[in-house]
Design a protein around this ligand. Structure first.
Ligand code: NAD
Length: 469
């Protein structure tokens, strides 16, 4: 369903009416358009607190794009920024700045205590007003769990509060702010995440913290235009909505997709599979025979699988006292138990190949809770717990992560009562709903062979919804 308000408010009459009435004025977000598009263009400014470990790795990644890289100079607390390499031009940020920036990147990995946080202010205070519409704030920190002292852990955790607040300030420009927490020695795992969070692919992801580790093994190599070439993906619930977009996006990135849905959705599923040159699999994932049916299908057609995307999901809303037991049982079965059983079959039969990916679709209802959704929130919170626990057990560079969508424009949200729908759309930093492709792009980043260090995370795709953490 299209967002009429977003269209109206971006006409000249609509804009002034919204301003005079104090209503939100969301900007249309820039999304990914073509496979040969550079992940970032324009002026990018980088800076680092002293002792920063990620600066040169990040500068090298930005230098592979079409952007002009500048490094902050003339601030004592930011003198480390000069290590961004010869391609980065020094820019005195203590005087009036002429440029506007498509991205502001700050390496805070060297911050050791509360006083060190002053470098964050010194970098962003003179530059934040120069962030372009739909720009990116990206902060790199050190995982607090790997810090030696409580003071260092506190300062690194503090970056989360900073990013969440700055995301709320820049959201009105359609811009985002996110934080990558690095484990020591994981700088070589940064590439796919830096590319994703700087690019239009992350248009609806803001206020998020991602842990990057090196535990999972060496990061795989990937092509910028077809990162999933040669990969086989299973997408459940692929006939419509978010699942259809996931299938399209993974196929765009080069994967061969097995599109799975219930037998009743075969006609729509066939249309999706034909469009993306994939295969169809009619299956109710709650059927006791489903895990073996899927395993046999994979073995027969492909010998193995690289990407498992558990997207199929249902809601059966009722307040708890009014909820019949089959509403509870079916929601838990589809949204949680079936995913566990399918993974168990594919992993135990060694059908998921090395550097494979499992991605589960949770929901902000699973994080914040929601009135009338005790069953749904229970299942979607269970998904997060499952991802965190299985991430610690997986071997062969296989990872598992989750996305937690907020308000996404699909048939499900189009069916909501108008007032609830409008509230859902506007109650986030970007003042608009997301599109299925925003969830799909986030899943494609997890699936990238170079995302091996991204394991056990739940990233919200919610425009930094005001609901929940
Ligand atoms: P949707 O209802 O449009 O699509 C869900 C798909 O899953 C359908 O094609 C359906 O046939 C399939 N499915 C349901 N039960 C199945 C079963 N037993 N076996 C096989 N397939 C089955 O929903 P959507 O809005 O595209 O949501 C996709 C996922 O995203 C779900 O897990 C949902 O909970 C989650 N989500 C959606 C939103 C949103 O705003 N739309 C927000 C948060 C989370």
């Amino acid at each position: 369903m299209s967002d009429l308000y977003l269209k109206l408010v971006n006409t000249s009459i609509g804009k002034s009416a919204a301003q005079s009435l104090g209503l939100p004025s969301p900007l249309p977000l820039k999304r990914w358009k073509r496979s040969d598009q550079p992940f970032i263009e324009g002026n990018v400014l980088i800076g680092a607190a002293s002792g920063g470990k990620a600066l040169s790795a990040v500068a090298n990644i930005v230098n592979t794009s079409a952007a002009m890289l500048h490094h902050a100079s003339n601030q004592d607390s930011l003198k480390e920024s000069a290590n961004a390499g010869p391609k980065a031009k020094p820019l005195d940020i203590t005087t009036a700045i002429g440029e506007s920036f498509t991205a502001l990147i700050f390496d805070g990995t060297g911050i050791k205590d509360a006083y060190g946080l002053r470098a964050v202010y010194d970098f962003f205070h003179p530059t934040i007003r120069k962030l372009a519409n739909c720009g990116r704030v990206l902060v790199i920190g050190r995982d607090p769990e790997s810090c030696r002292s409580p003071a260092q852990a506190a300062a690194q955790k503090a970056l989360e509060g900073f990013v969440r607040s700055v995301g709320k300030e820049v959201g009105k420009k359609g811009a985002t702010a996110n934080l990558l927490w690095l484990a020591p020695g994981s700088e070589s795992h940064l590439e796919s995440s830096v590319r994703f969070f700087l690019s239009p692919r992350s248009a609806y992801v803001s206020g998020q913290v991602v842990r990057i580790s090196k535990k999972a093994g060496k990061a795989g190599a990937s092509s910028p235009t077809a990162p999933l070439a040669g990969k086989v993906a299973l997408v459940t619930g692929a006939s419509r909505g978010i699942g259809e977009s996931i299938a399209d996006t993974l196929a765009r990135d080069g994967a061969t997709v097995i599109a799975l849905d219930v037998p009743a959705a075969m006609e729509q599923l066939q249309a999706v599979a034909t469009r993306i040159k994939g295969k169809t699999l009619a299956c109710d994932i709650t059927d006791a025979k489903a895990p073996d049916l899927i395993a046999d299908f994979v073995r027969t057609h492909f010998d193995g699988l690289d990407l498992i995307i558990h997207n199929a999901g249902i809601t059966r809303d009722k307040t708890l006292g009014n909820m019949p037991d089959h509403f509870w049982d079916l929601t838990i079965a589809v949204n949680l138990a079936a995913e566990e059983a399918i993974n168990e079959a594919l992993l135990s039969q060694e059908l998921l190949r090395p550097n494979g990916r499992i991605v589960c679709v949770s929901s902000i209802s699973g994080i914040a809770g929601n009135f009338g959704q005790t069953n749904y929130s229970t299942s979607k919170c269970g998904v997060i717990g499952y991802v965190e626990a299985l991430a610690r057990q997986l071997k062969n560079s296989i990872t598992i992560n989750a996305v937690a969508p907020g308000f996404i424009e699909t048939q499900m949200t189009a069916a909501m009562p108008m007032t609830l729908r409008e509230a859902g759309r506007r109650m986030n930093s970007l003042s608009q709903g997301g599109l299925p492709v925003d969830v799909a792009e986030t899943i494609a980043w997890y699936c990238n062979p170079a995302s091996t260090g991204v394991n056990g995370n739940t990233v919200r795709v919610c425009g930094q919804s005001f609901i929940g953490k």
